[in-house]
Design a protein around this ligand. Structure first.
Ligand SMILES: *[C@@H]1O[C@H](CO)[C@@H](O)[C@H](O)[C@H]1NC(C)=O
Ligand SMILES: *[C@@H]1O[C@H](CO)[C@@H](O)[C@H](O)[C@H]1NC(C)=O
Ligand SMILES: *[C@@H]1O[C@H](CO)[C@@H](O)[C@H](O)[C@H]1NC(C)=O
Ligand SMILES: *[C@@H]1O[C@H](CO)[C@@H](O)[C@H](O)[C@H]1NC(C)=O
Length: 583
């Protein structure tokens, strides 16, 4: 079995390593960039005496077992389907091997970093260091970089190394080469001012008989989604247990007053209900700064799932870098902050929707793998994690590789490309729905195609023949998995109805439908769905297949939506009633 193989390797390794004391100044590169990441520019060296917190992610002892377990408990044909793990069980699986802990302790000791400067929490240790110390430990050169689009300044290095003896012990160290911050990350929504309403929305009267009104072809309201995805009339009852969460990262906030106006216009029976904001890592909640993305996410998730409790996580970023500051600089990246926060909660929502992402190639591979494994951990505990697939088709801009070759390649988006999240693309129009042309889709360059999607993806690739050959990784994790409407969402922002588009709108719509499915399961004494990908790929008839449209980008026509799975709309859009019957 896997476990004994791991054990054997460890034993052999220890025998070989014993006679030689590890040499903590014998470094080997862990990750480096060929150039400064696009959008950033060098400003100055980081002050040598600046103090900051390094997060060292130790190799998780039994992560392979955790993933194997996740695949079993999310496979509807497996006897352990739905047997989610407890926090304690997960903690045991991800606990680093004691030898890894010893090795890291010895390394820190070698650099004179005492216990008063370290904080251990299972698979992570946070180490308070100066820039000079970090540079010695990691063979790095920390500089201040500026992101002009967001005015963000960060302290990062273009490369870092670890002692050779730690490469098998440590997955990732942050902050090092991952440049994204809360402010520089890309939210996947945009205003569609040309669709902007001049007055209140009048509901077409033929909605009640189940037919989708033609107005839904240009303006999406809650009624449209309820009708399209067959959630109309379902009343959630498991509201003491079931929850949905929205993870927000941008410096913009979900607005309470706007939600009330939204309910008055679009869902009168929900007027007076509310959501909860949880502020993570100094995330704000400024009600004078209503955000398009935040309002979109909250209005549509609450609108679909009312009266299910809804939590908006407002994750803060690093404070603006001040070279003269004596206080330690918080330089952490958004995903790690949010994930570490959520794992410290006693209850975690059964569904979490996130509408942010970046080009996969801008996320260092070691960092991406670690974050992706953290999503596997969430799935193991019974939470479904939805991400929007991105708004640039197969890639935005010139699509040049950042490895120094400048080769043009499709640009998959992360975390959309992580095999342990459920990625949602976009559609437009009704009767029938068609792929929206910005729907992000493609194939990961970091993650292999997971077995659960092989039966769906291989026929697509076979039919593709040589189209787009060389522009994408045929062996990669393919996405999106699902889709939903992605244009013309009627959102109240600052008391005014505006039209919003983006797969940002699609992800919360699908998250809402699956929250209702969880409600139904919980009401029937069943566990939440948790990680749904193995389930949905074996229940394709629960989705409306989208068979037209495409997602151009990178100067190409992109991929085309066809019968069956495709890298534009995945398996299609959800049909709540059909899925409810199947579960
Ligand atoms: C460790 O955690 C404690 C409690 O959260 C905190 O007070 C302390 O500042 C932390 N130390 C470091 C080095 O991060
Ligand atoms: C929603 O919650 C916020 C924060 O607690 C509060 O200020 C607001 O008045 C609430 N809205 C309603 C309609 O209850
Ligand atoms: C909201 O609208 C008011 C009045 O139209 C305006 O003064 C204010 O700047 C707006 N706020 C935002 C954040 O757009
Ligand atoms: C959250 O963190 C605190 C402080 O580190 C710890 O005492 C507590 O057990 C953690 N709770 C959970 C649910 O992990």
């Amino acid at each position: 079995m896997f476990w004994s193989a791991t054990l054997l390797l460890t034993v052999v390794h220890l025998c070989l390593a014993k006679p030689l004391a590890p040499r903590w100044d014998n470094l080997a590169e862990k990750h480096s960039w060929a150039d400064i990441p696009r959008g950033w520019e060098y400003l100055s060296p980081a002050p040598a005496d600046m103090v900051f917190d390094l997060r060292v992610g130790l190799k998780q002892g039994k992560i392979e077992d955790l993933i194997e377990n996740l695949m079993e408990t999310s496979d509807p044909n497996h006897e352990r389907y739905g047997k989610h793990l407890s926090q304690a069980e997960v903690d045991t699986l991800i606990a680093p091997h004691p030898e890894s802990v010893n090795a890291v302790e010895s390394w820190l000791d070698y650099h004179g970093i005492g216990a008063q400067h370290t904080n251990w929490s299972n698979d992570w240790v946070i180490v308070r260091v100066t820039v000079a110390q970090a540079e010695r430990m990691l063979g790095a050169k920390y500089n201040v970089y500026h992101h002009s689009a967001s005015s963000e300044r960060v302290v990062r290095t273009l490369s870092y190394s670890l002692p050779r003896d730690l490469h098998s012990r440590v997955d990732v160290v942050a902050p090092t080469t991952y440049f994204a911050t809360v402010r520089s990350m890309r939210a996947t929504s945009f205003l569609q001012p040309n669709l902007k309403l001049t007055e209140g929305v009048s509901q077409a009267t033929d909605i009640s008989n189940g037919r989708v009104p033609a107005s839904c072809g240009t303006k999406i309201t809650l009624e449209c989604l309820h009708t399209l995805y067959n959630t109309k009339g379902y009343v959630p009852t498991s509201t003491a247990t079931n929850k949905i969460g929205v993870a927000g990262y941008l410096d913009e906030f979900a607005n309470y007053a706007d939600l009330e106006i939204f309910f008055q216009k679009f869902r009168k029976d929900a007027v007076g209900s509310n959501f909860t904001t949880i502020q993570v890592n100094g995330g704000g909640n400024d009600q004078n700064k209503p955000g398009v993305e935040a309002n979109l996410d909250i209005q549509y998730t609450t609108g679909i799932t009312f009266p299910t409790p809804n939590i908006y996580y407002s994750t803060g970023g690093s404070p603006p870098f001040k070279p003269d500051s004596q206080t330690p600089t918080n330089t952490n990246e958004p995903y790690l902050d949010w994930l570490n926060f959520i794992f410290n909660q006693t209850t975690i929502p059964q569904v979490i929707s996130t509408s942010y992402g970046d080009d996969e190639q801008t996320v260092p591979r070691d960092y991406a793998i670690r974050v992706c494994n953290m999503f596997a951990r969430l799935g193991s505990m019974g939470t479904t994690v939805f991400f929007s697939s991105g708004d640039f088709g197969v890639g935005g801009g010139d699509c040049q590789a950042n490895d120094g070759t400048k080769q043009v390649r499709f640009q998959p988006s992360f975390p959309a490309s992580c095999p342990f999240v459920t990625t949602v693309g976009g559609t437009v129009k009704v009767n029938p729905e068609t792929a929206v042309d910005f729907s992000g889709g493609g194939f990961s360059n970091y993650f292999l195609q997971p077995p659960y999607q092989a039966k769906a993806v291989i026929p697509y690739l076979a039919n593709l023949k040589l189209k787009n050959a060389g522009l994408f990784n045929i062996a990669g994790r393919a996405y999106p998995d699902l889709a939903a409407q992605g244009a013309g969402f009627q959102v109240v922002v600052n008391k005014t109805v505006v039209s919003v588009g983006g797969t940002s709108a699609s992800a919360p719509a699908v998250a809402g439908v699956f929250t209702l499915l969880n409600d139904f399961r919980i009401a029937n004494g069943k566990p939440s769905l948790g990680f749904i990908n193995p389930l949905i790929y074996s229940r394709a008839s629960g989705f409306n297949d989208i068979v037209s449209g495409s997602n151009p980008g990178c100067g190409s026509e992109g991929f085309t939506a066809v019968e069956g799975w495709d890298p534009v709309t995945g398996l299609g859009t959800p049909d709540f009633l059909k899925l409810k019957e199947m579960l």
